[in-house]
Design a protein around this ligand. Structure first.
Ligand SMILES: CC(C)(COP(=O)(O)OP(=O)(O)OC[C@H]1O[C@@H](n2cnc3c(N)ncnc32)[C@H](O)[C@@H]1OP(=O)(O)O)[C@@H](O)C(=O)NCCC(=O)NCCS
Length: 194
């Protein structure tokens, strides 16, 4: 099973909900804590071992050199994060951002994912990225629901592409045109910005 059981939300949007850039050394522990259960107990992530806080801090730092990494705080606690990376390393892919979001199970279905993605996708547009893509281990109705709610369209499915927890898993791909109607040659993506 690759999706989580949704828990009743414990908070509703208000002035105490803040989205901000991650601060690698301050936020790595909270992000690792949110991510850990999805590594340990599900196939949402294809990692097999929960990364250390130090490893996670390095990932945040490396990502933020080129792409946004955002966290959402509710009542001063980080309850979710979202970030983007270059989809694949070859040069021609550099206008395509692969996006990811993880929300603490106690805060599901309260609008955290939607808010994080709204801010993330806005920033990617302002940086000049053309396309956002997301790979989702299936089934995952929460993630499919969020991506489609944000306007992503399904593209196709890699069948049995990952082996985890004693089973093969499919990964579906979704994409969103970040600059609809723009087909001209792109300018270089700008550095991360607010
Ligand atoms: C996927 C995930 C990030 C969604 O975050 P969230 O904060 O719970 O989502 P939101 O409350 O912002 O929901 C926004 C919209 O997404 C859709 N959605 C969210 N959860 C859904 C679910 N379980 N089933 C169907 N649609 C869902 C709905 O359209 C929802 O809008 P609505 O509540 O007004 O109907 C969250 O479930 C999660 O962290 N899951 C585990 C990690 C994961 O799968 N990450 C994605 C990796 S690809």
């Amino acid at each position: 099973m690759s999706c989580q059981t949704d828990h009743p939300s414990v908070s509703r949007p208000g002035a105490d909900w803040i989205i901000r850039d991650a601060v690698p050394d301050l936020d790595a522990a909270a992000c690792t804590e949110i991510y850990g259960p999805y590594v340990r107990d599900t196939s949402v992530s294809f990692e097999e071992a929960v990364p250390s806080v130090e490893e996670f801090e390095g990932r945040i730092r490396k990502t933020m050199a080129t792409h946004p990494w955002l966290v959402m705080e509710v009542d001063g606690r980080v309850v979710g994060y979202a970030y983007a990376t270059q989809h694949r390393p070859r040069a021609a892919y550099r206008w395509t951002a692969e996006v990811t979001v993880y929300v603490d199970g106690r805060h599901h279905r309260a609008g955290v994912g939607r808010r994080l993605y709204t801010e993330l996708l806005g920033r990617l547009r302002r940086q000049g990225f053309r396309l956002a893509v997301a790979g989702i281990t299936l089934p995952n109705p929460g993630s499919v629901g969020l991506h489609e709610a944000m306007g992503f369209e399904p593209i196709g499915v890699y069948k049995r592409i990952g082996w985890k927890a004693g089973a093969w898993h499919d990964v579906g791909w979704w994409q969103l045109d970040l600059q609809p109607g723009t087909t001209a040659a792109p300018a270089e993506p700008l550095p991360p910005m607010d």
